[in-house]
Design a binder for this molecule. Structure first.
Ligand code: FRU
Length: 469
């Protein structure tokens, strides 16, 4: 708790290791968030399902651990990722049993006490690898109702070929029939530019008149999360285009979504650490959930993510600024504009400036700072971590997302900074989530900059954010 890098208004477990969000579901009054959890140490090992619930997606209550690996069981070395469904009033989890030296296998558990405790199905695993497939992975589940039956897509890797999602169907969630690859055979290869071995965490759902398939791309380790947008019919998904979901690379991974009672499609994602394994062990915790985001499709079929409205209730002390010229030399600071647990919203008209942006977590001597920069010529948004920390052990690669502002369109940034976690939303179309670990405790400064020519700040709103615990 005394780690200066520990977030204060994002969900994380009481201690130790967390990765993927799992089993997202709204049940009665409460939202339930399960997650990949090692309660014994801040390392990925013998994964359990942790559990938390909330009435508003903002404040969370820790619940008892939901799933524990069982020696001799099909989940002997881990209860890996999966989903939750409402099976005619019975809360039901389907997850990937992990076994040493074998492919993962699907397992099921149900609850009779309002999601507090879970009983594993005696017939686990539900099935073994379908014959005739040479797989390197078979894990992570997304389940939906269709034509009176259950359908499930499972993430997979075909040896020597790459990622896949395999389709199954069932009448009772327990006996499953293999139906082939989810992807339509006429589909082009997805993500040819990346060396993808496994599609992890597939998540298929209808949205705004089309279908979306979320994927986490893996190649010996996480690469990034991505989405394919298209149409699903006759048991096959035909993508029309793909896009990166978040340009923070590994720092927004294994996203899972659910539909809430109000009809919103909400996604959670895991923000992996960017510091060494030994630093994570010394800190006693690893992994944090990015803020819940609402997914929408634009008219052109582009997938967008917007932090849910409810988060506004975390806004505390407010510092507004209006109308200010940002001169093209040095950093423009604003009196008492600082903080490490903040929401920052700003609108800048770049004018003739070649680049404009904001620096965060800047030390008084300027030796540390994280730069969020819009580059007009390159048409991109960059989060530059090269000087984010004096600690030589932390990740410092830059992230960039395509962003081309239209004629006269201002740069609109909404940033959520929570100690080591930074989420940047730009003009409703570029999102970058990343991790930063400034070494100085007073690296809390905020400043604005323009390059080449002056730019105009129309508005800036800074809120100090309340802690959720
Ligand atoms: C994604 C993932 C999943 C797997 C889980 C194990 O981060 O690798 O594919 O089920 O994490 O913890």
């Amino acid at each position: 708790m005394d780690d200066q890098h520990r977030p204060s208004y994002h969900f994380l477990p009481p201690a130790n290791w967390m990765n993927d969000p799992n089993g997202l579901i709204q049940w009665g009054e409460r939202y339930h968030l399960f997650y990949q959890y090692n309660p014994a140490a801040p390392v990925h090992h013998r994964i359990h399902w942790g559990h938390a619930s909330s009435t508003d997606l903002v404040y969370w209550r820790h619940e008892p651990i939901a799933l524990v690996p069982e020696a001799d069981g099909p989940d002997a070395s881990g209860c890996w990722s999966g989903c939750a469904v409402d099976d005619g009033g019975v809360p039901t989890l389907v997850y990937s049993g992990h076994r040493p030296g074998r492919l993962e296998a699907p397992c099921l558990a149900t609850s009779t006490d309002n999601l507090q405790t879970w009983q594993k199905f005696a017939g686990n695993p539900l099935f073994e690898t379908p014959p005739g497939l040479d797989l390197v992975a078979l894990r992570d589940h997304t389940i939906w109702r269709e034509a009176g039956r259950w359908f499930m897509a499972v993430g997979a890797g075909l040896r020597g070929t790459g990622g896949a999602a395999l389709l199954f169907c069932s009448d009772d969630l327990r006996a499953w029939e293999y139906r082939g690859s989810l992807l339509h055979p006429d589909s082009p290869m997805l993500f040819p530019e990346l060396p993808v071995e496994v599609w992890e965490c597939p998540d298929l759902f209808p949205l705004d008149g089309r279908h979306v398939l979320l994927l986490s791309l893996w190649s010996g380790g996480p690469l990034c999360s991505a989405a394919a947008v298209g149409n699903y019919a006759d048991e096959r998904f035909r993508p029309t285009h793909t896009q990166r979901l978040d340009h923070g690379d590994v720092h927004f991974y294994a996203p899972q979504s659910f539909r809430d009672q109000g009809g919103r499609r909400i996604v959670f994602g895991w923000a992996m650490e960017g510091r060494s394994a030994s630093a994570q062990v010394a800190a006693g915790w690893s992994g944090v959930m990015a803020l819940p985001r609402e997914l929408r499709l634009t008219d052109t079929g582009r997938l967008t993510m917007t932090p849910v409205e409810e988060l506004k209730k975390l806004r505390g002390r407010h510092s507004p600024w209006r109308g200010l010229s940002i001169r093209p030399w040095g950093i423009t600071t604003l009196p008492s504009c600082s903080g490490a647990a903040i929401e920052l919203q700003l609108e800048i008209i770049p004018g003739g400036a070649s680049a404009v942006g904001v620096v965060l977590r800047r030390s008084p001597d300027g030796s540390e700072e994280t730069v969020v920069r819009y580059e007009a010529d390159a048409g991109r948004l960059v989060v530059d971590r090269s000087r984010a920390s004096l600690d030589p052990e932390v990740a410092r690669s830059a992230h960039s997302a395509p962003l081309l502002l239209g004629q006269g369109e201002p740069l609109r940034l909404r940033l959520f900074l929570d100690h080591s976690l930074l989420e940047v939303f730009a003009n409703d179309r570029a999102v970058i989530t990343t991790r930063i670990y400034p070494a100085h405790v007073d690296s809390n400064g905020i400043g604005l900059f323009a390059e080449g020519q002056s730019a105009w700040l129309t508005a800036l709103d800074l809120w100090q954010m309340r802690a959720i615990w």
